[in-house]
Design a protein around this ligand. Structure first.
Ligand code: ARG
Length: 337
C-alpha cells in the first residue's frame, strides 16, 4: 500500500494511545484485586459485604494508584516509541510494489500527488467506469507509476487538446491519453519511452463505397476527434497527403464522430485502432477497413525540460514492464484475438 509517512506517525500515536488504555485497564484490575485484600480480606470472606464508604474510598484509591502506574508504564512505552534506546528508525517509504524503495523527490504540481491530464473518452486507454470512476490502460499504468514514485494519482479529465495544453503549461505533471509522439508535439513537450503502438484506421458503414484508404479521397466528409493525429493528417493539404480542412469535421470526442457516421452525416471516421474496435463492437453496421492509415507510437508526455520527472517515469515504467505488471494491465483490457 502507498502510505505516506504522516500516516505512519498517526498509526504510532494511535498505537501509543491504545497501549495507554490497555495499561490503565490492566493496572486498575490488578490493583482492585490487591486493594481488596489490603482493605478487608476477612470481611469479604466473612460477610461478603462492605460499607458504602469503604467501597467508594477503595475505588478512589485504586483509581489514583492505577492512574499513576499507568502513566509510568506509558512514559516507558512512549520512550520506546520515540527511540529511547537510540536514534529513531526511519519510517518505511511508501510501498512501491516490491522493488527498491523509491523515495520520491520529484516535484509535482501538488505535493504528494501525480496529476495526469487526459481525455477519458478513448477506450480502452481511458474512459469512465459505470460508477463514474476512471479506468483504462493509461489510468492503471499511471496509477502504478505514481505508486512507484510514492505519489497518489489524480486524474484530470478534459478535452484532448486541453490535456496536451495542461502538461505544457504545468497544470498537470503528465499527460497520458494514448498520445502519439510527433515531431511537432516534441517541440512543446517531452515524451517518455513509448509504451504502445497506435494505428490510425478508417471506420465506415458496411457497404460503403469507401473500401480502401485510397478511397478516402472521394469522401465528402471525414470525422475525427479534435486535435488528434487523425485530424491533423486528414485536414492537411492534398499535397501533404491530406484531404483538406473542408473535408474534415473535428468532433469533441471520437464517440461523437462515430455517432455522426452512424447517423449518415459523414462518410468515414479516422481514429486509433483500439477505440475504433470498441466503437464498431458497440454499433451495428460499422466496419474497420483492412488497410491502415498510419502507424504511431504512444508515450507519456511531461512538461518540456522536466527531465527529473521524465527519468522517474521511464524508470518506473521499465520496472513495470520487467515485472509483468504492465502487460497484465494491457491484457486485462485488450483480449488476444
Ligand atoms: N493517438 C491520437 C493522438 O495522439 C489520439 C489520442 C486521443 N486520445 C484521447 N484520450 N482522446 O492524437
Amino acid at each position: 500500500m502507498c502510505v505516506p509517512s504522516f500516516v505512519h506517525e498517526r498509526i504510532n500515536i494511535h498505537h501509543t494511545m491504545n497501549k495507554l488504555k490497555y495499561n490503565l485497564e490492566f493496572v486498575e484490575f490488578a490493583l482492585a484485586f490487591l486493594v481488596n485484600q489490603v482493605y478487608n480480606p476477612v470481611q469479604i470472606s466473612a460477610s461478603g459485604k462492605r460499607t458504602d464508604k469503604e467501597t467508594s474510598e477503595m475505588r478512589k484509591f485504586t483509581k489514583y494508584l492505577a492512574l499513576a502506574l499507568a502513566v509510568m508504564l506509558c512514559l516507558g512505552a512512549l520512550a520506546g516509541c520515540t527511540g529511547g534506546k537510540g536514534p529513531v528508525e526511519p519510517t518505511q517509504p511508501a510501498d512501491n510494489g516490491g522493488n527498491d524503495p523509491v523515495v520520491s523527490t520529484v516535484k509535482t504540481v501538488e505535493a504528494g500527488k501525480l496529476h495526469m491530464s487526459t481525455n477519458a473518452a478513448f477506450p480502452p486507454y481511458e474512459m469512465l467506469a459505470d460508477d463514474g470512476s476512471f479506468e483504462g490502460i493509461d489510468v492503471e499504468v499511471a496509477a502504478a507509476i505514481a505508486k512507484k514514485l510514492g505519489l497518489e494519482l489524480v486524474v484530470d479529465d478534459m478535452g484532448f487538446d486541453a490535456a496536451l495544453t495542461a502538461v505544457q503549461t504545468g497544470k498537470s505533471d503528465i499527460a497520458m491519453a494514448g498520445i502519439t509522439v510527433t515531431d511537432e508535439r516534441k517541440e512543446v513537450m517531452d515524451f517518455s519511452d513509448s509504451y504502445a503502438t497506435g494505428i490510425q484506421v478508417v471506420i465506415v458503414k458496411e457497404g460503403s463505397p469507401i473500401e480502401t484508404v485510397d478511397d478516402l479521397a472521394n469522401a465528402q466528409m471525414i470525422g475525427c476527434q479534435k486535435a488528434t493525429t487523425g485530424y491533423i493528417y486528414c485536414s492537411d493539404t492534398p499535397e501533404n497527403g491530406g484531404y483538406g480542412e473542408d473535408h474534415v469535421t473535428a468532433y469533441e470526442t471520437g464517440a461523437l464522430a462515430v455517432m455522426a457516421l452512424v447517423n449518415g452525416q459523414i462518410d468515414a471516421v479516422v481514429i486509433d485502432n483500439e477505440p475504433a474496435k470498441s466503437y464498431v463492437a458497440a454499433n451495428e453496421g460499422l466496419k474497420i477497413l483492412d488497410t491502415e492509415f498510419a502507424v504511431e507510437d504512444y508515450a507519456i508526455a511531461v512538461g518540456k525540460g522536466n527531465s527529473e520527472l521524465l527519468d522517474a517515469v521511464n524508470k518506473a515504467m521499465a520496472e513495470l514492464k520487467a515485472d509483468g505488471t504492465f502487460q497484465s494491465i494491457v491484457d486485462n483490457y485488450i483480449k488476444a484475438e
